[in-house]
Design a protein around this ligand. Structure first.
Ligand SMILES: [Cu+2]
Length: 448
């Protein structure tokens, strides 16, 4: 009953605020002093002004979430999603965050990185009582900093974060940024252990994770980052998983401009192409998107761009398993073999296992993109008028790597020509030295 009422109140709040955060055009002018953050595959938490206080409402609850077609998990999240909606506010704001607990367990919310009064810190047992199922607590404080922060439970953390309870808390500076950010993205990194054929993440797992997500999605379900050529881009990365994730960009280098400790002074910013995001931290990166194309952005731990991987299997490189596969499956239905010549052929493996996606991949313009998990595409385009997915990049003539043109074989139709690299007029049909400079003549096969 309480759950229903809070949901109805929340829905009314959303409708009355009518905050449409999905940006559909490329104009960066908006009603705020800042560029609104885009959380691909996610959302921004609406708020309501009560006097001079910005009031937000988070509802911790069980969620069913599709990582990609074929896999729906039973997780825990906020307001129907994992990660929860992004909280966005401005330095100097007074915020009140109502937290309703609709989970089957007590919880609290810790505001990771925020400067606040001790009693608002959310550390269960130490700074506050537990929010029991059905209860709503209010957190209230003034934002005294800006940057990329997080919220997450500080109660039975291993279970509650393994189940998906986490979200961004982004604070924009009071003074507009210079240079202005045109596209501001937020990607929460997470890892999960979901045994093939099951739906509930295993909170006891410490090392053997098999799904790696950007904002609760695995590639190919991760939303692309669509950017207009020339725009200044920020990507905010957050990590509350148990492993570090070295995030790598193709085609660009970026500056590391912030952590959950705040903005990095410009003289201390490092140019990089891979930024390691350690557990319990955030990193902001910035670059100007001046080269059009479809550019991969992914975790550089190679097994984090795979999904559904199982461990402890024998190395099958060079082994033809087809004859025994059906026999093995008859007793171990979740058996997902490693390929004979590697793992690239495995994106369709695991077919027939309920609620399981093997590897994960997508048909690209040149064939199968052998990527899953923590992978997305940065789509930089000239002359776009919306941020809808523009489809595959169309490469200008002659700019795609391809097989070299095969030279005709030295058969009866071809004749060997020897010429001097320095004196092209020196040509003969047998090897020798150039009479002008003494260099060895080089062979050029030409068709008659
Ligand atoms: Cu990773």
């Amino acid at each position: 009953m309480t759950s229903k009422i809070t949901k109805i109140i929340f829905l009314l709040l959303c409708i009355s605020l009518n905050l449409a955060h999905a940006q559909s055009d490329t104009s960066t002018n908006n009603k705020y002093s800042y560029t609104e953050v885009v959380t691909p595959n996610g959302s921004t938490l609406p708020w309501q002004m009560q006097g001079s206080v910005k009031v937000f409402h988070l509802i911790a609850e069980p969620v069913k979430q599709e990582f990609a077609p074929g896999l729906v998990i039973n997780g825990w999240g906020y307001n129907g999603q994992t990660p929860g909606p992004t909280i966005e506010a401005v330095e100097g704001d007074r915020v009140r965050i109502l937290v309703t607990n609709n989970l089957p367990a007590p919880t609290t919310v810790h505001w990771h990185g925020l400067f606040l009064p001790n009693g608002m810190d959310g550390a269960a047992g130490l700074t506050q009582k537990w929010i029991q199922p059905g209860q709503t607590f209010a957190y209230e404080f003034t934002l005294r900093q800006h940057g990329t922060f997080m919220y997450h439970p500080h109660t039975d953390e291993m279970t509650q974060m393994a189940m998906g309870l986490m979200g961004f808390f982004i604070i924009h500076p009071k003074e507009p940024e210079n240079p202005k950010i045109d596209r501001d993205f937020a990607i929460f990194l997470h890892e999960w252990r979901i045994k093939p054929g099951t739906a509930t993440p295993d909170p006891a797992e410490m090392t053997e994770f098999n799904y790696f997500t950007f904002n609760g999605k695995v590639f190919p379900a991760t939303g692309p980052l669509v950017i207009k050529k020339g725009q200044r881009v920020r990507i905010r990365l957050a990590n509350l998983s148990m492993d570090n994730h070295p995030m790598h960009i193709h085609g660009y280098s970026f500056n590391v401009t912030g952590t959950d400790g705040g903005r990095i002074p410009i003289t201390a910013q490092w140019p990089m192409t891979t930024i390691d995001v350690p557990p319990g931290s955030t990193r902001d990166i910035e670059f100007v998107a001046d080269e059009p194309g479809d550019w991969p952005f992914h975790c550089h731990k190679t097994h984090h761009t795979m999904i559904g991987m199982e461990h402890g299997l024998p190395n099958m490189i060079g082994v033809d398993q087809k004859p025994v596969l059906d026999k093995v499956r008859s007793t171990i239905p979740e058996y997902a073999p490693m390929g004979q010549a590697g793992m690239a052929g495995m994106h369709h493996h695991g077919r027939g296992i309920e609620n399981y996606i093997g590897m994960g991949s997508m048909e690209g313009p040149f064939g199968e993109i052998e990527m899953g998990g923590m992978f997305t595409v940065i789509k930089v385009r000239d002359n776009i008028t919306t941020y809808e997915n523009p489809g595959w990049y169309s490469h200008p003539e002659g700019t795609v790597a391809d097989e070299v043109e095969k030279k005709p074989a030295n058969d009866s139709n071809t004749k060997a020509i020897y010429s001097c690299p320095m004196h092209p007029e020196v040509v003969q049909d047998h090897p020798g030295k150039c009479p002008k400079c003494g260099m060895d003549l080089v062979i050029n096969n030409t068709k008659n």
